[in-house]
Design a binder for this molecule. Sequence first.
Ligand code: AMP
Length: 323
Amino acid sequence: MQPTGKIHIGNYIGALSVWAREQDRFDGIFCVVNLHALTVPDSIDPAALHEKTLETAAIYLASGIDPKKSCIYIQSTVAEHAELSWILTCLAPLGWLERMTQYKAKSALKETVGAGLLSYPILMAADILLYDAQLVPVGHDQKQHVEFTRDLASRFNNRFGPVFTLPEPMIRKVGARIMGLDDPDQKMSKSIGEMKAGHSIGIMDHPDVIKKAVKSAVTDSGREVDFDNAGKGVRNLLTIYQAVTNCTDDQLRSHFADKGYGFLKSEIIEAVREALHPVREETLRLLQERSYLEKIVAEGAEKVRVSAREKMRAVKEAVGINF
Ligand code: AMP
């Protein structure tokens, strides 16, 4: 997760909650990708970036990622991410990068963009390939980047020998793409959420702010929830409710049958509060324990560095640059 903007319920549902849920089944490696946060240099505020990076690590812990089971660390503290990224950059066709949906969307809003924005998926590929990750638990918006990673890994393996494991995206069925509350045609986004009240439900938002945002959420022109014919706004609200309560389609249908949008919204406010309030409280508590947080990310980095170094040795040997 990139430590920029306002971390929101889409990040929680699409990524964090899955990471926490799956950590008993897999060896989880979760870093705060602060090098990715440099891809839009105009918006870098060094002091804020530093703070937000630790806050993001605190949110990982508060969401239930257990440092005894999984590794949590900060990307910039394991230099192999950047090192592998360069080698992969030399192998990545420009056309593949230019085709990335996220790059096209982000660059369309700007007059000029830095090379980092274009090569963002290569750094992400390095994050994944460095550890022979088999599964990459992400929201729907990152599926294309995981596919890119597979293609790049195949390209490397074909050219230099079987060094990398080809990863698969792991995407939840319900909630992999939460939309903006103010505009259900647009994905809920960290940067928009920071600029615009009512767009997102922030993990660190006060419950009163969340209440206001949900109350003003766009619904449909009707008045009652029609599960099977819900428009985009109501569908998004139902998805949020279903994802945070883990209820089935049938339970969701009967819970809201013939109920008005007022009821739907008050139920969501309550369900979201139940899910996010403990995360917010625990994050705030952890932020008071700086030395503990710093110790956790330092230990996480220490652990993953062993695999990262081993993989880089194999990569360098395959390419002919090991000395
Ligand atoms: P990022 O905002 O790029 O740092 O995303 C961190 C994680 O949250 C990634 O796995 C994304 O795919 C996921 N994510 C971001 N936005 C959403 C969203 N609106 N709905 C579901 N998952 C999301």
